[in-house]
Ligand binder design. Structure first.
Ligand code: TYM
Length: 338
C-alpha cells in the first residue's frame, strides 16, 4: 500500500467560465485546496463539461481551461502532490453520470436552487443544465471521495451526491464512498462588493462588485474603495445591519491572517477610508503574485499540457476502476478500454 492509498481522498472542481477566478472562488474554495494536497490524495478538476451547460464559444472555452489550470498552479497546487486535470480528458465522468441520472428523480433534480437561478437568467434552458448536478455527483463519486472542499453555494449539490451514493449502495451493494462537504464557515460565502446581500460572482451586474484574481493592483484598489458600506462610520461586524462592512471584515480577516474581533478593535474610532485603504493593500499583496505566476505557467504551454495529461492519466486510473465496478453492478458489459 502506498502512502497515497492511506490518505483520505479529496476531490473538487471549478468551472472555466471566465478569464479569471474571483475572490469568492479563492476564499470559499481554492485556498483550502492547497493545504489539502498535503493531507489527502487530492484530485482537482477544471470542469469544462459543466461549462457548456450555458452558452459558450469553443475557442474561448479551450483557452479558459488552460488559463484556469495555470491559475490553480499559480495559487500553489503542486502537480507532484495532487492530480490536476481537465474533465474532458477523463471520459468516465459522463459515463457514470448516465447511470446516476437514472437513479435521480425528476423532482429531485428540479429542486436544485442553482438550476432555478441559472435557468431564470437564460433565454434557453438545456437538459444539460438540468442534469448538471448529476454530472457533479459523478465527478465526486468516481474518486471514492471523502472530502469535497467547496463554498456554501455547493452544499445542495453535495447533498444530492451523498443521497445518490447511499441510494446506489443500497440498491446494488457497496460501491461508492459517501462524500462530505468541507466548507470553511467564515469564508463560505463572500459577498458582492456592490450588492453585499448577494454572493460575489462573475455575473455581478456591477463591474466593481467582483474582484478577480488577475485584476491589476489599481483595479483592486478601486473596487475595494468603492465597496458599498453604510451610513454609519463604525467598523463593526453585523451581517444583518452592516452586510457590506461585515463582508469586508471577513475578507480582511481571511487574507490578513487575523480575526474580525482584532480588526474591530484596531479600527475603533477610525473611519471606513482607513479601513478600506488598508484592506486594499492586504488584497493586493495576497493575490498580486498570482498574476505573475499565472503568466509564467502560460508561457510554457507544452509543460502545462504535460502536467494536465499526467493529472488525467492518474485520474483515469482511479475513475476507470470505479466505473467498471458500477457497470458490473447495474448489469452492463465491461466498458471497453478507451
Ligand atoms: P464554481 O466554478 O461556480 O465555483 C468554484 C468554487 O468557488 C466557490 N465559490 C464561492 N465561495 C464563496 N463565496 C463565493 N462568492 C463563491 N463563489 C464561488 C464554489 O462554492 C466552488 O467551490 N458546480 C461547481 C463545480 C463542480 C464541482 C464538482 C465542485 C463541478 N463538479 C465536484 C466540487 C465537486 C461550480 O459551479 O463551482
Amino acid at each position: 500500500m502506498t502512502t497515497a492509498d492511506r490518505k483520505p481522498r479529496a476531490f473538487s472542481g471549478i468551472q472555466p467560465t471566465s478569464d479569471s477566478f474571483h475572490l469568492g472562488n479563492y476564499l470559499g474554495a481554492l485556498r483550502q485546496w492547497v493545504p489539502i494536497q498535503d493531507t489527502a490524495d487530492a484530485f482537482y478538476c477544471v470542469v469544462d463539461l459543466h461549462a457548456i451547460t450555458v452558452d459558450h464559444e469553443p475557442k474561448v472555452l479551450h483557452e479558459r481551461s488552460r488559463v484556469s489550470a495555470a491559475q490553480l498552479l499559480a495559487l500553489g497546487l503542486d502537480p507532484e502532490k495532487c492530480s490536476l486535470f481537465v474533465q474532458s480528458q477523463v471520459p468516465e465522468h459522463p459515463m457514470l453520470a448516465w447511470i446516476l441520472g437514472c437513479e435521480t428523480g425528476f423532482g429531485e433534480a428540479g429542486r436544485m436552487t442553482q438550476f432555478k437561478d441559472k435557468s431564470a437568467k437564460q433565454e434557453r434552458t438545456t437538459v444539460g443544465l438540468f442534469t448538471y448536478p448529476v454530472l457533479q455527483a459523478a465527478d465526486i463519486l468516481l474518486y471514492q471521495t471523502e472530502q469535497v472542499p467547496v463554498g456554501e453555494d455547493q452544499r445542495q449539490h453535495l447533498e444530492l451526491s451523498r443521497d445518490l451514493a447511499v441510494r446506489f449502495n443500497t440498491t446494488y451493494g457497496s460501491t461508492f464512498k459517501v462524500p462530505e462537504a468541507r466548507i470553511v464557515k467564515e469564508t463560505a460565502t463572500i459577498k458582492d462588493l456592490s450588492e453585499p446581500e448577494k454572493k460575489m460572482s462573475k455575473s455581478s451586474p456591477s463591474p466593481r462588485g467582483c474582484v478577480y484574481l488577475l485584476d491589476e493592483p489599481g483595479q483592486i484598489r478601486k473596487k475595494i474603495k468603492s465597496a458599498v458600506t453604510d451610513s454609519e462610520a463604525e467598523v463593526r461586524y453585523d451581517v444583518e445591519r452592516k452586510p457590506g462592512v461585515s463582508n469586508l471584515l471577513n475578507i480582511y480577516a481571511a487574507l490578513g491572517d487575523t480575526t474580525v474581533a482584532k480588526l474591530e478593535a484596531e479600527y475603533a474610532g477610525k473611519g471606513y477610508g482607513d479601513f478600506k485603504g488598508d484592506l486594499a493593500e492586504v488584497v493586493v499583496e495576497a493575490i498580486g503574485p498570482i498574476t505573475r505566476r499565472t503568466k509564467e505557467y502560460l508561457a510554457d504551454r507544452a509543460e502545462l499540457d504535460r502536467i494536465l495529461a499526467q493529472g488525467a492519466e492518474r485520474a483515469r486510473q482511479v475513475a476507470s476502476r470505479t466505473l467498471a465496478k458500477a457497470y458490473k453492478k447495474v448489469g452492463f458489459f465491461p466498458p471497453a478500454a478507451l
